[in-house]
Design a binder for this molecule. Structure first.
Ligand code: ZN
Length: 305
């Protein structure tokens, strides 16, 4: 591998696609954002391939591009080649993204869940030792969860580990988008915050909801709901570090101290509660792209193609 090589990193979300070239020092250049719907309609893989090829032609000319690394808001198969299911993107179900992009772009292609790339970035930014056990909780529209055990992303037998939003609540029969009933994500997510706003604070815009109403019993209860799945996983895995992030936590006035004390109140004593180490994800547009770059370099180092 040449020292000056770059990875094209993509952070693909339900609303935006972010792209950039990341070097070995984890610096991103030529960062761009486009709307996801410009790519994900009919023939999404062909469109995605054209988009990356066009970017490479415009920005990567005369540069040593080593690989393309992509994060999807999806469940991904065990081999990290097939996107299984993507509720928030049109047409991205059961597609062999790696094989198809490898063929058209003639570069190594690496695929991961978006949260697994975010946690790589957050571990790097927070100077967390790369062989640590770390849990990432990203509360956006849904409840994203990444599990790193002794430095390795944990994906489970089928590649579907970390679906924390879909653990069940007792005696609850509200249908969830996943097909099950009474999933935790129905309450521990940005979607539910939106429901609370519409029902109880229709005069307040969502971005001001914590500034104006963090003492209101409905918001106090919401922050309690967020803490339950987080504390549950902490008690199961006793991690070295916990990373808290996502759009909801990055909203103005979010009550971090209350969330932390709620998590601690539900976590087993004396440990892991007594020395639980929290870090917060910083809100930057480039995080997922840099995480994709970090992941791409680690795949190349392991000799994956
Ligand atoms: Zn569910």
């Amino acid at each position: 591998m040449k020292e000056n090589g770059l990875i094209i990193g993509l952070d693909i979300g339900g609303t935006n696609v972010r792209i950039g070239m990341v070097n070995k020092s984890k610096v991103v250049e030529e960062f761009e954002i486009i709307k996801s719907k410009e790519i994900f309609h009919d023939k999404p893989i062909e469109n995605l391939s054209c988009f990356i090829e066009d970017y490479r032609r415009r920005k990567g000319k005369n540069k040593n591009i080593l690989a393309v690394s992509l994060g999807f808001p999806s469940t991904i198969d065990r081999t990290r080649k097939i996107v299984l299911s993507t509720p928030n993107l049109t047409g991205m179900n059961n597609l062999n993204v790696v094989e198809e992009l490898q063929e058209s772009l003639e570069l190594p292609i690496f695929l991961e869940r978006d949260v697994n790339l975010l946690i790589q970035y957050d571990m790097y930014m927070n100077k967390i030792h790369p062989e640590s056990t770390v849990l990432g909780f990203y509360i956006g529209t849904g409840l994203g969860n990444a599990i790193v055990i002794k430095g390795r992303i944990y994906n489970g037998k089928n590649g579907c580990a970390g679906e924390l939003g879909h653990i069940p609540i007792m005696n609850n029969t509200i249908p969830c988008g996943c097909g099950n009933k009474g999933c935790m994500e129905l309450f521990s997510s940005g979607k539910y915050l939106q429901i609370i706003r519409e029902e109880f604070f229709p005069e307040t815009s969502l971005d001001k909801i914590f500034v104006k109403h963090s003492q209101d019993p409905k918001i106090v209860e919401y922050v309690e709901y967020l803490s339950i799945p987080i504390a549950t996983e902490i008690s199961i895995l006793d991690p070295d570090y916990v990373i808290l992030g996502g759009g909801v936590l990055q909203m103005e006035g979010f009550p971090f101290h209350k969330l932390e004390s709620n998590i601690l109140s539900h976590t087993r004593k004396p440990f892991p509660a007594d020395n639980l180490a929290f870090h917060y994800a910083r809100a930057h547009q480039e995080n997922g792209v840099i995480g994709a770059g970090i992941y791409g370099f680690s795949c190349l180092k392991e000799g994956r193609r």
